[in-house]
Each structure stands twice: as C-alpha cells, then as structure tokens.
Design a binder for this molecule. Structure first.
Ligand SMILES: NC(=O)c1ccc[n+]([C@@H]2O[C@H](COP(=O)([O-])OP(=O)(O)OC[C@H]3O[C@@H](n4cnc5c(N)ncnc54)[C@H](OP(=O)(O)O)[C@@H]3O)[C@@H](O)[C@H]2O)c1
Length: 271
C-alpha cells in the first residue's frame, strides 16, 4: 500500500503543475491545489477526485506575498503538508518591438518566481521541522544559468531562486526538511508556447512531472533536464565572457502576448 501524502502544489491549474497534481492523485492522498484560473483549477480538481484523492483548491495571486503566507498557514493547519511543490511561475521577455523590459513585469516576475516561493519555503519549513520533517521542491529554470539580455527579469528571478534553494537546502537539512531545485529546459505548456521560434529538446509536462517526483524521492539537490541543458550550462561556464556576449546579444528572441491572462483573485479556498 502507498503511504498517504499531504501535498501542496502551486500552479496546479495548468502545465507542469497539473501533471504533478494528476500524478499525486490517488486514494489516501490529500491535495491542496493553488492557481488563479478558477475553471482550470476546478477541472484539475475533478480529475484528481476521480482518481480517489481528497482535494482542496485555492484561487490565489502569488504576486501578493502576505496573502500567500496567510493562505499557506490556513491550508497547512488543515492538511499538515509533508510535501510542498512550488511550481507556479510566469515567464516574460522583451518583444522584438520593445526597447526595454516593462518595469511592472520585472517586478511581477521577481515576486511570483522568486520572492514569494522563497517566503513560502521558509513558512513550510518552519511548520515541517516542528512535525519532524518534510520535502519542498522549487521549480526553477535553465534560464537561471545564462545571461539572457532579452529576459533579464525572468532569468534573474530564477537565478535568485536557484541560489535561495541551495542555501535553504544547506540550512534546513539538519532540521529534517529536504529542499530540491528542478530546472527544466523547454516544456510543452502554455508558457513556452508563447515563444516565437524553436524550442529545442522540448519535453512533455508529464515527463517534467516524473523528473520532479524522482528529484523529491531521491532528495537530489539540483535536477536539470533534459540532459543537453546540463551540457549547455557547462559550455556557458567555460566560454569566455566576450564570446558569450557576442552570441547572446545576437539571439532574436520574441514572444506572443500572454493569452487570457487571469484576473487577480482575492485568496479564496474551496473544499
Ligand atoms: N514551460 C517551460 O518551458 C518551462 C521551462 C522552465 C521552467 N518552467 C517553470 O515551470 C513552472 C511551471 O510552468 P508551466 O510551464 O507549467 O507554465 P504554465 O502552463 O503557464 O502554468 C503556470 C502556472 O503558474 C500559475 N501562475 C502564474 N502566475 C501566477 C500568479 N501570479 N499567481 C498564482 N499562480 C500563478 C498559473 O496559474 P493560472 O493559469 O491559473 O493563472 C499556472 O497554474 C514555472 O515556474 C516555470 O517558470 C517552465
């Protein structure tokens, strides 16, 4: 018989988070699924319930840090999470027609991709250590390992998260709280579909979910997938700065506008 689990997944309304929710849904599992889009969240919850899981959903905008922390504590009071997967995130880049990245977008990226998941990690770790331990997965990106002149806000937010993850892993291990960072390359979700241009070594959200589950099971500090991105990181490190600059500034990156951007919900939980 599989062990009962109690798990929080942010970004569960789409892409990788949805795949993670489905993979964890079974009799005996309690899932808290967070997202902004009420309809998509409801659909994922329905699939998970049909698989036998008990599900609580929460519509929440993770750009609001104090609201996210209060929501976490309220849900943890009910479910006593043993596993937290902080998957929600957003990407953005300067479009071909823009001179600079939008300041408001850079702020949002910093909050949703770095500041709020870092704060939630510590809130979760505090509760978990008091209960004897737990596991936290942070979903970063390979963008953290390269200077991306067209996506300084996104790359910077994920680089901050990566450094936070390695530091928190060291700090929290003696307390029984395991922190893992997962850095995907291109995953075939709404996020990467906005990119105009190639998405090399593309993987499915289901494959991404399997990598995240394996990283948690084996307590692997950092997981980069698919493997060519591990090689690219090494090449980046070995390439002289001047050559990197020439290559990166010649990339013609562009993206489509965000599709059906969700309205910003106040935190609302549904059992
Ligand atoms: N796809 C890729 O190629 C790729 C590559 C590297 C890393 N990643 C990382 O993987 C994670 C999941 O991305 P994905 O590919 O699954 O993207 P996705 O399909 O666009 O899903 C993103 C999820 O994050 C949620 N989210 C976004 N902004 C939010 C906010 N302000 N408040 C609350 N929830 C918010 C979305 O909620 P709603 O839809 O309900 O608004 C959605 O559930 C992200 O951290 C991303 O940076 C993705």
């Amino acid at each position: 018989m599989t062990k009962p689990i109690s798990i929080l997944i942010t970004g569960a309304s789409g892409g990788i988070g949805k795949a993670l929710a489905c993979d964890h849904a079974r009799p005996g599992s309690s899932l808290a699924l967070w997202g902004r889009n009420a309809g998509r969240l409801r659909d994922v919850a329905q699939i998970c319930r049909e698989r036998g899981a008990s599900v609580l959903t929460r519509e929440i905008d993770l750009a609001d840090g104090p609201m996210a922390l209060a929501a976490f504590r309220a849900d943890d009071d009910k479910l006593h999470f043993d596993t937290v997967i902080l998957c929600a995130g957003l990407s953005d880049m300067k479009t071909a027609s823009e001179k600079t990245e939008r300041a408001e977008t850079v702020l949002e990226l910093g909050l949703v991709n770095y500041a709020v998941p870092s704060a939630l990690t510590m809130a979760a770790a505090d509760r978990m250590q008091a209960r004897g331990g737990g596991r936290i997965a942070l979903i970063g990106s390979v963008a953290a390992y390269h200077d991306l002149p067209f996506a300084a806000g996104y790359g910077g937010s994920k680089a901050g998260l990566a450094r936070f993850a390695s530091s928190a892993r060291m700090a929290l291990a003696p307390l029984g709280v395991k922190v893992v960072l997962i850095a995907p390359g291109f995953v075939d979700t709404d996020m990467s579909r906005r990119i105009i241009g190639p998405r090399p070594f593309l993987v499915t959200p289901e494959a991404a979910s399997r990598h995240i589950i394996a990283a948690l099971a084996h307590n692997k500090g950092e997981t980069i997938f698919p493997w060519p991105f591990r090689l690219l990181r090494l090449i980046d490190r070995l390439t002289p700065g001047i050559i990197r600059r020439v290559i990166m500034t010649r990339i013609n990156a562009d993206q489509r506008p965000r599709q059906g951007d969700s309205t910003k919900p106040a935190s609302k939980q549904t059992a």
